[in-house]
Design a protein around this ligand. Structure first.
Ligand code: NAD
Length: 498
């Protein structure tokens, strides 16, 4: 079986570590590949080459960097179907969803193409008599990215396009569960004219990650993954003097007010809860209907819709299924375990996805629905990351807000209502980083920044958008005076004021 290696200094490089991990096709349950788990020395070598490539890349004008990204954008568009098939064959998500992921990643590339404008800095004339001030946004050096399995194209593209556009070089460590897409993106960057060593992909696990967190030549680390690892990445990277943005796990609630358009809310909930088999950090995993009547009507409609959910392989002839398999057998077992936990905790299992059977050995699970879930249950407090939706009934708007604000995570949330005042209050009071009003998955566009609150994000800056440019640059402010015949009359020993 072939072993997927690394992409370092402009070429494919086989790993000599002797360690590998299996990569599966989740739709068949068969192993398709082995991925190399690089050694610490191999990772250090990638960092060294990225460090060596940095001075020349930092000197390339923003306009020229932008032109390479424009070419990369065209190449990703040309290869979008191929990339989507690759994503589906290792992650399991259905083809149209995989293609949507490529599009959302490309939007960050499009944003990064505007770098000559984004990296302009600020300028003030006459901050004092004959004195001007301006700021420079200079690149940092080597930046590193560590990504999760659930968006093998989009999440790396949240990270590297802006870092490269700003003049940094990059070492990417993709998820070992679906590593091929990052390697393909590296090849396309090379084809677009990116110089050798500017973008490198190292496949691996903790051994590689620990090098990226501790090697003094790495200036910044962007991470997306589960909360315990995000916390570790933030603590370790920060302790080694790096700037870190570490995005973690989530439990996203959708509040359904009694006046909401229920059909619209149910349609939105189905996609947000079961799309990509619930393996999205912005998936809605808890529906919070306000009032018993809203809850009963919502539940009946959800049950009817779940009956129609089509589950099957991500790559099929003809129209796509609604939902593909989970990423690995291990993850499938974990999600099934949570369903049993919910039953044991006393929640009502209205629809049991474990009863769905799909021919073959794929990692399939049907959509599940729990009702009467309460905040202290583990199926409410913990992230399941599968096609399991919980209904947690609230007596009032205030109860719904309290339930959500008390939760450990604060990534995304939504409210469905026709009441502008309720929506406005919700946006103001809710302790969550990304909020949708009658929008179920409020993932900000590339020119805004993406990030959660509480234990869904460690670090002050969100990803992409304006925060992405700030994260990937270091500000320098120049205050200058040119000889102009204006003379100070006395020496100043006090703080300069104006
Ligand atoms: P994960 O935390 O297991 O892995 C993420 C990355 O960390 C991988 O590259 C992995 O190799 C590496 N890693 C794993 N264990 C490590 C360790 N002990 N030390 C160092 N590195 C380690 O996450 P996952 O299962 O791949 O992805 C799913 C998680 O990602 C979910 O919790 C989901 O909510 C989260 N996620 C969050 C966002 C967000 O924007 N907040 C977006 C996507 C996914």
């Amino acid at each position: 079986m072939s072993i997927l290696g690394n992409f370092i200094n402009g070429q494919a490089v086989a790993s000599q570590s002797g360690r590998t991990a299996p990569v599966y096709n989740p739709a068949t349950g068969q192993q398709s590949l082995q991925v190399a788990l690089s050694s610490a020395d191999e990772t250090r070598e990638a960092v060294r080459l990225a460090h060596e490539a940095f001075p020349a890349w930092a000197k390339v004008t923003p306009l020229k960097r932008s032109r390479i990204l424009f070419k990369f954008k065209a190449l990703v568009e040309e290869h979008a179907d191929e990339l989507a098939r690759l994503i589906s064959s290792e992650h399991g998500k259905v083809f149209s969803d995989a293609k949507g992921e490529v599009t959302r990643g490309l939007e960050v590339v499009e944003f990064a193409c505007g770098i000559p404008h984004l990296q302009k800095g600020e300028h003030s004339m006459n901050v004092g008599t004959g004195v001007d001030s301006y700021s420079m946004m200079q690149p940092l050096g080597v930046c590193a990215g560590i990504s999760p399995f659930n968006f093998p194209a989009m999440v790396p593209m949240w990270m590297f396009p802006i870092a490269l556009a700003c003049g940094n070089t990059f070492v990417m460590k993709p998820s070992e569960k679906d590593p091929s897409t990052s390697i393909r993106l590296a090849e396309l960057l090379q084809e677009a004219g990116l110089p050798d060593g500017v973008f490198n992909v190292v496949n691996g696990d903790k051994e590689s990650v620990d090098v990226l967190l501790t090697d003094e030549r790495v200036e910044a680390v962007s991470f997306v993954g589960s909360t315990p690892i995000a916390e570790y990445i933030y603590a370790t990277g920060s302790a080694h003097g790096k700037r870190v943005q570490a995005l973690g796990g989530a439990k996203n609630h959708m509040v359904i007010m009694p006046d909401a358009d229920l059909d619209q809310a149910v349609g939105a909930l189905m996609g947000a809860a079961y799309g990509s088999a619930g393996e999205r950090c912005m998936a809605i995993s808890v529906a919070v209907p306000v009032g018993e009547e809203t809850a009963n009507r919502l539940r009946d409609k959800l049950v009817a819709e779940l009956d129609k959910l089509s589950i099957g392989p991500g790559l099929v002839e003809g129209p796509d299924n609604d939902m593909g398999p989970l990423v690995t057998r291990e993850h499938l077992e974990k999600v099934k375990g949570y369903i049993q936990t919910g039953v044991d905790e006393g929640a009502e299992l209205v629809v049991d996805g474990r009863e769905v059977t799909i021919e073959g050995d794929g990692f399939f699970l049907g959509g599940s629905l729990f009702d009467h879930v309460t905040p202290e249950m583990r199926i409410h407090s913990e992230e399941i990351f599968g096609p399991v939706l919980a209904i947690a009934r609230a007596d009032s708007f205030d109860d719904a807000v309290t339930m959500i604000n008390d939760h450990e995570f604060g990534n995304g949330t939504a409210i469905f209502t026709r009441d502008g005042d309720a929506a406005r209050q919700y946006c103001e009071q809710i302790q969550v980083g990304m909020v949708g009003v009658n929008v179920p998955i409020p993932v900000p566009m590339a020119f805004h920044s993406f990030g959660g609150w509480k234990r869904s994000l460690f670090g002050p800056l969100h990803m992409h958008g304006p925060d992405g440019v700030r994260f990937n640059t270091r500000m320098k402010t120049i205050t200058q005076r040119w000889p102009s015949g204006i003379r100070e009359e006395t020496n100043h020993f006090t703080m300069p004021t104006h």
